[in-house]
Design a protein around this ligand. Structure first.
Ligand code: SER
Length: 614
């Protein structure tokens, strides 16, 4: 059975049982407390907490999905038989429609009857007194009544208690299903979570037990299940590892058949992740999700070099991945974005490919012993000789050649070494470097107003200064456009500008409609088209307030302030007037194409827009 049939089978199974099939949400989540989507339940968080009504939105309390997911927690493990960064998660969810009995019965029927597979064993939560959650006897009994012979193991908090994701959220005990792969190894396949509680802190705080925050009972208990799709496909196709399934073998045969198995698998995993992230709009940068993407790209590039393939062999894989995955309607944006995926990835190769290559050479010059493949008689090729690299050395390769710690570890493995880098030493070296470059920046741009008191602009070099300057003026136009379209009550609530984008927070009570977003974008375009003049004036604080210039209420201003005005030189009409330290472009035509990328909630009553200029 091909992977795509299994996706279909899963969704149909739950559709037949009264679930609404909901498309995968983007890898960029709506929830600002997490960087990337890590689970199917994320897009449904508000239905568990009662903030939104599933019946209204889906016509039922039960849903099912195939969710694009990404986790960095397993990144070190990628290359073994079953760990991935990007993966697909099959899930069924209920927000008060059903609970343990139905959830376990559905899972049992799907695995054993629909798929014809055997369950090796299941686990249940053993209970934890100090947080007031008892052993999950209910689930145990349900399993035993379904399959009296089935082994039910009891496990603890770390393994079988889910959540919360982000800084707070629903959580509860889970029961997990294990099946055997073709080698007879037990693989965790499906995780059924019973969200009975809400915790107003992070998972770390919950596990530490001393945060002082309480676990509260949710009014309506919910079900959240997640099944690793690649693992299910491996078991259904009777394979020894996920890389032998059609999901990987078809697009990545070239890399997976080589003699460096681990390297080939890293490339396969990272390539899928890179393509899905780019399709969802993540762009390479030195922060947040963009930095995760950059790390994956660099590591894939380095692995290709180590394996002796050309960089282009990576780009050549893109259409194959798109062919394999784009057939699923939820992933419609992949075929659409093939060209941009290739050009973004290609640009990164161009920018870093040669530097990385030099870095590899320098690294092996400094540590020649790590470049020698050791074969110890009677042991496998994966020899583990532990080597220490100082934080300063690791940081030097990171800073000068873009070799991330992942890459350094990969390089050392080539000669069978396991590298240990003292993380805190590395951080100290990084911090030292930051201070030096900060001091340098202030000297360089001191008279320029680049480092603003509000800390809202960030640029690392002159090229970036040019981009953030254009984005900065665009942000003023956006502020004016928001007030024009949504009303004069809209107030700025914060902003942050990097070379990648501007992020603007403003007070507004609800999600913006697509029409409103379009009108806002149009208003900004209009102001750019008119090529307004931007002028700077200094005046007394009082006079500035009287002039109607917008100011940011969270900021404290000095007696004399600087005001930036964008006005039409022909009519004198002022389109935007704000308190601001600059810098800005002289004419709005310099901004280029302005584009809103995302609109989401930032906090209660505050919306957040991300936009770029091209
Ligand atoms: N949220 C749980 C998980 O990701 C079940 O979907 O494993």
């Amino acid at each position: 059975m091909e992977a795509k049939e299994i996706r279909k089978k899963f969704l149909q199974f739950f559709e037949k049982r009264g679930h609404a099939v909901v498309p995968s949400s983007s890898l960029i989540p709506d929830d600002p407390s997490v960087l990337l989507t890590t689970a199917g339940m994320q897009q449904f968080k508000k239905y568990y907490t009662g903030e939104a009504d599933a019946t209204k939105d889906f016509g039922t309390l039960n849903t099912a999905s195939v969710q694009k997911s990404f986790r960095t927690s397993d990144i070190d493990e990628v290359g073994d038989e079953s760990h991935l960064t990007f993966f697909e998660m099959l899930g069924n969810f209920s927000f008060g429609g059903y609970f343990k009995k139905e959830a376990i019965e559905y899972a049992y029927d799907f695995i054993t009857k629909e798929m014809g597979l055997e369950i090796s064993y299941v686990t249940i939560f053993e209970g934890k007194d100090d947080i007031g959650v008892p052993k999950d006897e209910v689930s145990k009994k349900i399993w035993q009544s379904l399959a009296p012979e089935l082994v039910v193991k009891e496990e603890g908090m770390e393994d079988v208690f889910w959540g919360p994701t982000g800084t707070s959220g629903p959580c509860g005990p889970t029961t997990e299903i294990y099946c055997k792969n073709a080698e007879g190894k037990d693989i965790e396949v499906w995780n059924l979570v019973f969200n009975e509680f809400f915790f107003s802190g992070s998972r770390e705080e919950l596990l530490s037990g001393n945060s002082g925050k309480k676990l509260e009972k949710l009014r309506t208990p919910g079900v959240d299940t997640g099944m690793g799709f690649e693992r299910l496909v491996m078991i259904a196709q009777k394979k020894k590892n996920i890389f032998e399934t059609d999901l990987f073998l078809e697009p990545f045969l070239l890399f997976l058949m080589g003699n460096n198995q681990r390297g080939g698998r890293i490339i396969a995993d990272h390539m899928r992740a890179i393509i899905f992230l780019l399709a969802d709009g993540v762009r390479s940068s030195n922060k947040g999700a963009g930095y995760i993407l950059r790390r994956l790209m660099r590591r894939a590039i380095v692995q290709t070099q180590l394996l002796g393939f050309s960089q282009n062999s990576l780009l050549d894989r893109v259409p194959f991945v798109i062919k394999k995955y784009g057939v699923f309607s939820d992933y419609f944006n992949m075929p659409e974005r093939e060209a941009i995926i290739k050009s973004e990835f290609g640009a990164e190769m161009e920018k870093f490919g040669r530097t990385l290559k030099t870095g590899i050479r320098e690294f092996f010059n400094k540590f020649p012993e790590m470049n020698v493949q050791r074969i110890i008689p009677g042991r496998s090729l994966e020899v583990h000789i532990v080597k220490r690299i100082s934080g300063d050395d690791a940081f030097y390769f990171h800073q000068s050649f873009g070799l991330t710690l992942d890459i350094i570890k990969d390089l050392a493995r080539k000669g069978g070494h396991i590298v240990e880098v003292d993380d805190s030493e590395f951080e100290i070296a990084r911090e030292k470097h930051r201070e030096i470059s900060r001091a340098g920046q202030e000297k360089k741009f001191g008279g320029h107003g680049l480092v603003l008191n509000t800390g809202e602009l960030k640029a690392a070099n002159e090229e970036e200064v040019k981009i953030v300057t254009r984005l900065h003026t665009a942000t003023h136009l956006l502020n004016a456009a928001l007030r024009k379209v949504l009303g004069q009550d809209v107030r700025q609530d914060g902003s942050d500008i990097t070379a990648e984008r501007t992020r603007f927070d403003f007070t507004f009570p609800r999600k913006l409609t697509p029409e409103e977003l379009k009108n806002i974008e149009d208003a900004v375009h209009d102001a750019i088209q008119k090529n307004l003049t931007v002028k700077r004036e200094e005046m007394d604080y009082k006079k500035a307030i009287q002039s109607g210039a917008l100011h940011f209420f969270k900021e404290k201003y000095p007696r004399r302030v600087s005001i930036y005005t964008a006005y039409d030189p022909k009519t004198g009409e002022e389109l935007s007037k704000e308190f601001c330290g600059g810098p800005h472009v002289e004419h709005t035509g310099e901004i280029g194409r302005f584009k809103i990328i995302k609109e989401e909630s930032s906090s209660a009553g505050v919306r957040r827009i991300r936009a770029t200029v091209e």
